[in-house]
Design a protein around this ligand. Sequence first.
Ligand code: NAD
Length: 495
Amino acid sequence: PSLTNSRSTTGTVQTEPINCLHFINGQFAESLNKKTFENINPATEEVLGTVAEGGKEEVDLAVAAAKRALDGPWKKMTLAERSKILRRIGDLILERQDELAYLESYDTGKPVSLAKKIDIPRAAYNFHFFADYIMSINNEAQQQDDQAIHYSYRRPVGVVGIIKPWNLPLLLLTWKLAPCLGMGNTAVIKPAEWTPMTATVLMEICKEAGVPDGVVNLVHGFGPNSAGGAISEHPDVDAISFIGEPGTGSAIMKSAADSLKKLSFELGGKNPNIIFADADLDEVIETTIRSSFINQGEVCLCGSRIYVERPAYEKFLEKFTKETQKLQVGHPFESETNVGALVSKEHYDRVNSYVDIARADGATILTGGSRPDHLEKGYFLEPTIITGLDRNSRCVREEIFGPVVTVMPFDTEEEVIAQANDTHYGLSATIWTNELRRAHRVSHQLEAGIIWVNTWFLRDLRTPFGGMKHSGIGRTGGMHSLDFYSELSNITIKL
Ligand code: NAD
């Protein structure tokens, strides 16, 4: 039987529970002790179904299968054969895009329109992109006159543990899994406990696309003392690709230290959105609405600290507040919904606690800050704009990861650069200005891995993506991804 009965869940009404199982060595499986946990729909607070709860035993089985599969038919496949499989996975994601979009929306609370527009097409594109990209690899070769030639040889790293967050579940999983498989590795995946469904369906898709048994494995569960912890400690896991909070990254690094695993970390952000007075305000507002509130503000790249040059400050606030108030908070399946539910009760309470902190710090809540009147159930919060905080407030310093932004005025370039960099985070930044030299000057001084000028979230998957400081270790994208998922040997031949 299919692991999920998700194929029947393409409509807007859930008629039966959707249960998620592990996927180990090409088979869906319950936990050995049959343990499960409930998956809650954040928009209705109802139970969507159960999820198998894995731990050390299930991870041991999955890692053993992944290790065996490194020497199976997968090893004999050519790059072109693997590329074909990646392409097929991308095609199958597109074939099932409606179903996947609804499942993503059930799990996360995000508007299904957003999942259809961004999450699922991008998940397919991640596979299509790497299907092409792996065929373009050029390994180095050097010649030393008639003395010797040197060339590099690339091989898989081995078994890769992929540990995921809940905000863009399928998009982020595919961003890691596609290059991981492209380079010939095998994988043990641990989806976030709050969003298990699309990862589970992806296992069906991988099997159908011809991925040999044992090459991809998935174990559901929690973090410490559960599936996540077991993967990061496992001596036969050679590398960990992790996306999540800096504190979790630190815990994973400690448990991975004994076996010296290769690590790739994409962590949190508290990203500055810097608006100079010469920028085109209409363009700024249109993009800033998205960079503040898309996906309920639950995107690591959201520009949650907005700095506006003083001459434009009042005008910005007026227009930004007016446009924010037009956003429709509502059930994720309704077509006019712009902002859905936050992912869980725990996260909803956490985000609300920051609004309380702002109030206690004497801030002004220009708009939002509470549950919309028309929504009695579900973890809904109005998009919230906060002013009147100083740079030491926790709302300005800590990642809130919800539909909450702070806005502050600034007077000089030096001042705003200092404020923007006054954080442990260093993921992304946005600068709005029409002055060319200022755009370059400020970009070079901002401590962030991804800097956008007069735009936001515009990506080319060949470019380096990742954070500095506590926002990450390493870069992904194009060759950066392939470098992480492969080991290079240099071979010197004396002539
Ligand atoms: P999280 O760190 O709480 O959890 C992420 C995953 O790690 C989950 O699957 C969880 O079960 C697992 N985990 C937790 N503790 C663990 C442990 N000790 N050992 C092994 N695994 C463990 O993060 P989250 O709340 O799911 O996601 C939100 C965070 O992710 C935010 O900080 C956000 O900015 C960040 N994020 C970063 C990027 C990026 O590209 N830089 C993208 C998306 C999200």
